[in-house]
Design a protein around this ligand. Structure first.
Ligand code: TYM
Length: 332
């Protein structure tokens, strides 16, 4: 039994990458672990968010957790800003982490783009808040997609430096859990780009709220190459679009790429895509429908988040108090 923490940003549509890289794994992990899941609204505002949209997205992401099968009574589901200890610990971590460490973060470089001078300070310091999210509960295991690996390495460095500087064995060194056949789901339009909420083309991703027709259409239109499906893993690895669709198929059906290859080697893309569309609708359809239902009941979702925050606060406050004692703050 481990203490698990993970978070998802409420910024626009949740997509198949978020589901296969994160949510689906969360649902499995909750069977044998204590879990804390967070809708990270404070992370979201590192880029501009319209306030009304932020409120809507926060409820929508919470609904996605519940609709995917997270048991919010047994575990904890809340929005980050309701637990001030995250931001308080993040400030301390701003003073532990080094500029050089954050300068190496590839996600900052991607998100800030060419205009670094104009990026918010929050976007730069973002990984420190992420480390605080996890360590304010002393969580030990963090399930994420491949793209968050570097941030988790930074969380390990921060924990180690804090322990070393203050001569304590206080923070655990967190272990990432990056598992499954779809830890990095790629865009349906370009096999070299990650599937992402911010891609301007909606055809690049399958949203959890897409209708069955839209899902089928997006898969039909997904970019492929002109050859029949590959017949070996070696060949698959040389063909990014086919590899991506195989990974999605494998993850959705709880198989390996090898299993999928055994069935479809040498077949035409058209029949494979039809089966993939059916499978996607079968798995995502009920989740999308439940999300729609929950979205119509914001009172219920808000109650879940409030209750989760109360329990999260009760866990985080004493840990933060110990950190402040170690650092030397006079309290109370
Ligand atoms: P976010 O909101 O960008 O994504 C949420 C989760 O979805 C995974 N993911 C993907 N997995 C596979 N393929 C993709 N194309 C894909 N796109 C996204 C992400 O890896 C993530 O697991 N910084 C985090 C949120 C966060 C967090 C934390 C996570 C804040 N604090 C503490 C873990 C622990 C983020 O922006 O995720």
């Amino acid at each position: 039994m481990s203490l698990i923490f993970s978070g998802i940003q409420p910024t626009g549509n949740l997509h198949l990458g978020n589901y296969l890289g994160a949510l689906r794994n969360f649902v499995r992990l909750q069977e044998n672990n204590d879990c804390i899941f967070c809708v990270v609204d404070q992370h979201a505002i590192t880029l501009w968010q319209d306030p009304a949209e932020l409120r809507k997205s926060t409820r929508e992401v919470a609904a996605a957790f519940i609709a995917s099968g997270i048991d919010a009574r047994k575990h904890i589901l809340f929005n980050q800003s309701r637990v001030p200890a995250h931001a308080q610990l993040a400030w301390i971590f701003n003073c532990v982490a080094r500029m050089g460490w954050l300068n190496r973060m590839t996600q900052f470089k991607e998100k800030a783009g060419k205009d670094r001078e104009n990026a918010s300070v929050g976007l730069f310091a973002y990984p420190n808040l992420m480390a605080a999210d996890i360590l304010v509960y002393k969580a030990t295991h963090v399930p994420v997609g491949e793209d968050q690996k570097q941030h988790l390495e930074l969380a390990r460095d921060i924990a180690q430096k804090f322990n070393h500087d203050f001569g304590v064995e206080f923070f655990p060194i967190v272990e990432p859990i990056i598992q499954g056949e779809a830890t990095r789901v790629m865009s349906l339009r370009d096999g070299s780009k990650k599937m992402s909420k911010s891609d301007p083309s909606d055809y690049s991703r399958i949203n959890l709220t897409d209708t069955a027709d839209t899902i089928a259409l997006k898969i039909r239109k997904a970019k492929t190459d002109p050859h029949p499906l590959p017949d070996s893993i070696e060949e698959l690895e040389k063909r990014p679009e086919a590899d991506n669709l195989f990974g999605i198929f494998a993850a959705l059906s709880d198989q390996t790429r090898q299993d999928v290859l055994a069935k479809y080697a040498g077949a035409q893309f058209s029949s494979f895509k039809q089966d993939l569309a059916d499978l996607s609708v079968q798995v995502l359809g009920p989740i999308g429908a439940e999300m729609q239902r929950l979205t119509k009941d914001p009172g219920y979702v808000d109650q879940v988040l409030r209750d989760g925050a109360e329990r999260a606060n009760a866990m985080a406050k004493p840990i933060l108090a110990q950190v402040e004692e170690i650092v030397g703050f006079l309290k109370p």
